[in-house]
Design a binder for this molecule. Sequence first.
Ligand code: ADP
Ligand code: MG
Length: 655
Amino acid sequence: MPHIRQLESHVADLIAAGEVVERPASVVKELVENAIDAGASAVAVEIRRGGMGLIRVTDNGCGIAQSELPTAFLRHATSKLRAPEDLGRIGTLGFRGEALAAISAVSRVEILTRQRGAESGASLHLEGGVPAAVEEAGAPEGTAISVRDLFFNTPARLKFMRKDSAETAAVAGLMQHLALSHPDISFKFTKDGTEALHTPGDGKLDSAVYAALGRDFARDLVPVEGRGGETAVAGFVTAPLQGRGSRSMQIFFVNGRFIKSQLLTAALEEGYRNQIMKGKFPGCVLSVTLPVSAVDVNVHPAKTQVKFAREREVFDAVYHTVLDSLERQGGPVSAPAPAADTAVNPRQDFFQAMDAKTYRQQGSGPAPAAEKKARPVWNTEWKAPAKLSDSQSGTAYRTSGKTPAVPSGGSLGAPPSVVSRPPLRETPAAPPPRPPEPPAAPQAPRRPSVPAIPAERPEGQQTLEPAEEIPWRLAGEVLNTYIVCESADGCVYLIDKHAAHERVNFDRLKSAKVPPMRQTLLQPLAAELSREDGTLLLDNLPLLDQLGFGCEDFGGGALLVREVPADLDAAEISATLEELAENLRTGRSAEERRENLLHTMACKAAIKGGWTSDPAELRVLVEKVQSGEVKYCPHGRPVAVKLTRYELEKMFKRA
Ligand code: ADP
Ligand code: MG
């Protein structure tokens, strides 16, 4: 990195002053941009109390030389901007040599840095902009800046700060945008000790989208790429069928900077004309690149507005690129989401301690593609364990031609060796409603009277289609909980049937393509709930209806239940309603509440460990696991454990 020196005053004067530090998010923005400028490939951001307590940005960039450390905090000190001509670059990131000075003026700053290749690092503490002495310190290569007690010396500013939660949300939004505009950098964001975002930094926009915006958003995206005049457009847009309820998922970058623009929104939406439902909006992550001279640089770098010199050109470029891509897509087809092992789980529960790759390498979960060289054949027959010995030669897998028809269960959407998630196969049509049935007989273990996992193909079709090849054999079930299955490459899988089924349910509910099957109770049930729960649920009857509950007001906060989801155990109705009320009470956002409700329903409707299951049901679950469609339960716990032949042989001292 070039030496740091003070800007010439005429250059400095050219720069509109503008307040650099408005709120915690502006500090994060400046520090992360510095990290990016420093060539970092990994940037970690940690905040506490909305950033008012602590903001720490750690990077593995070029670092700052010990001798230049104090200079970096001087006003207009920069290693990036030399001449007035460079001001054009302000169109992308703020290179004003002001950030560190401004931030340190209104907080307590600690910086620890080591230049690449330097023998030792250095640290510096500043309080209200006043530096202490630079000290030699041990540090990893790169820079870590901690900003504490923001605005501690500007009480007026402090008074106008919004709630911590609002500041946290602003930083979280910023982190999403930073991550999406730099897929080549791995971003990690932690708020109050909880990891909220972690992108792989593999350079692929789709993995960044998956990690930053969630699997659901990432699933049905259409890649777009095009140009018009000097305007290039690239990124992803949602499939027309995946319209969203608001414009909040329209994310635009202009020359790498996140911006909001009515022009871009209009151009995008024009591309969806007559393709999207009324009241629905497309989502996108779209990057618009054009010469800096074609964007108004006088717009404040911290703001999200932009002015284009040639608006028509930009509009047309976006509109035509989107339209062409949607047309080429040829209708509402699901695009596969990025492979789970290249993207970080946006749910942030299971992967907090482990990423998918490590998980796989450690031998759990379905085998990676590379291990499945030979493609053996689907054996659909329920076999007695005695047959196990046949398969040791590896030839016991029958060819599809000889295989009897599949009693139930669907075919694979993709060859099993493909790790990426195949499009979800849905029940072809909502099955006819089942007659109401009384609660299950009181024999143990209890389970609902309807099959927990509906067959995925209509009965009549089964013999018409040749069975597809699939490299596993269902060996049986142990402890009424774990499915045992064997894959042709000599691995044994133990699958937690409840966890797997919960995931299947969750995905089905979440896709909301098929409304949940309902059963009418023989006798309506007056749910015994607390007044608070009852009132809360009554306020949300339409939501309950979507989940499969037909309820009405029974007076006095009580709920009369007439219909319940078909796969719900009658004895669980009250407990489920209570849990749903709890979900409604505790969710922090509408999105989170919905997720929690779906979790509850998925769990309650799943077959339980301890229940006796039909082999056909188990087979459906094995198939979902083996195809890679189901990997983790909605809570992020693993669904399957794999034992390789070698591991087994070691256990028995054969190897
Ligand atoms: P600017 O980024 O506009 O140059 P700043 O006040 O943000 O001004 O930073 C001043 C200087 O400090 C930068 O030009 C750069 O040389 C150095 N610097 C700041 N942050 C980092 C970092 N994370 N890694 C390496 N150098 C940095
Ligand atoms: Mg800077």
